[in-house]
Design a protein around this ligand. Sequence first.
Ligand code: HEM
Length: 239
Amino acid sequence: MSDISTRVPVAAPAHETADAAVIKGRHSENVLVGEEIVRHSFLSRVIHWSVAVSMVICLLTGLPIWTPIFGWMAFLFGGLQVCRWLHPWAGIFFFAASLVMFLHWAGQMWLGKSDWDWLGGLFSSTKSEAVDSQIGKYNGGQKIFFFTSALAALALMASGIVLWFPLSFDQGLREVSWILHDLTFILFTASIIGHIYLGTASEPGTFSAMTRGAVSKKWARFHHPRWYREVTGEESRRR
Ligand code: HEM
């Protein structure tokens, strides 16, 4: 009979089993690790998910306050009273996290000529390979989404403060704030649904950029060819 201890697999040393891209992503981004590229550092991901989670809490606590049609959602948080208390505090957190995200990413999000050309291409029937090959780390649509999200966070915060302390503001401002708060959250939610779709089902391989922090070289070459060239130094091959 064989000695059982000889058949127990010996654990490989930590440096052989660990995920190299995840380790690199703790401190860096825009670096090549084997067949992957680290796209978002750990810090970027923590900031992004703080914004995302707080936004979802704002939405789920806000909808039952907005209309009884969504009243059933209040039970997720222990009732309508809890929602009324939690919603403004989650809103403060969401705004603070959005501000941090804005300061963290703004430097990379200014639109250049190649971004405007790319956006122009969305309204043109002909697809230009020359324009597509100039897509950097973010495309024009992602950059526009970034700035509209920041504006939405500002509008929600400003109008939310008025609605939180209604007695401190006059009737006219309260009415404008109701409209601004409702209109912004409806449009913002629609854009977030589009963002989630693009970040998951519609573009396979994108979600891992915000979870593990890394994407495949193939994904980078396909979606962000100029960024791919900058990171790898390689010429991006035609698909
Ligand atoms: C709740 C579900 C969400 C999912 C699954 C999600 C997913 C993602 C993914 C995968 C990326 C990386 C895209 C890339 O590297 O090219 C990303 C980026 C980003 N996310 Fe989200 N996100 C969510 C919510 C939000 C929310 C609520 C905001 C609020 C403002 C937001 C703002 C951003 C911004 C500004 C970027 C960078 C620009 C862009 O890639 O569009 N995300 N998200």
